[in-house]
Write a protein that binds this ligand. Sequence first.
Ligand SMILES: O=C1O[C@H](COP(=O)(O)O)[C@@H](O)[C@H](O)[C@H]1O
Length: 267
Amino acid sequence: MAFPRVQTSRGELRIHESLDDLSTDLVEYISELSDASVKERGVFTIALSGGSLIGLLGKLSEAPYNKTIDWVKWYIFWTDERVVAKSHPDSNYKLAKDGLLTKVPVIPSHVHSINDSLSAEDAASEYEFGIRQLVKTRLISVSDINDCPKFDLILLGMGPDGHVASLFPDHSVLGVKDEWVTFITDCPKPPPERITFTLPVINSASNVAVVVTGGQKAEAVRQAINAADVGPNSVLPARMVEPTTGKLVWFLDQQAALKLDGVAVSK
Ligand SMILES: O=C1O[C@H](COP(=O)(O)O)[C@@H](O)[C@H](O)[C@H]1O
């Protein structure tokens, strides 16, 4: 289905009439990036988030993508994870495993989830160490302008408060510049203990897609994309997503896009 793609200073906006259309476009976008990356580098490194995003990826396990995507070339990571057992309903790994990973032929050793037997601090540093090894061998590319990993695609959701990954508004974690993966133990949204990619890692990716649906997120979408009245001290985490050389695409449904200036959506 045709839909408008709007270029803005905050990236490309793709606004869809229904969740079904959004999901169709999102999986096609992922498939195209996967093809391009496998052709260019022989692998596709993708970092998933948790939350509502995962339900929108279900079509990847259906025709044609279950057969056309080169699944064995996928290396899968998480932008953030809750420090709970992998079998716990709050686990982002479990969400992706149940919703996608068990339905497609990814190679289990290519699935890089956290060690759930460690403390949040140790899990974050072990996760970062693992990523550093893969950057060393260039399985994960490296940024041209800093030493950060350059994932082929980072997929983010956004909460109604504007958080992305486990980077929450007004949290000191937003200022972490010298680590790739860090931890929090006071997350305002349960569960409290989490690990998360830092902003420098998110902003070093080749492609970042932020997927946001529902009217309860419309104000945060406005502030993340086009509010001119947001002061420097109250910048939403989602507004701090600004890939340095990579491409940013927002996948929105009409409800989430309702408050955007200058974008026509049927109300
Ligand atoms: O806690 C989290 O929330 C965000 C947003 O989730 P959503 O259900 O509102 O889409 C998610 O992207 C993040 O990975 C998760 O840990």
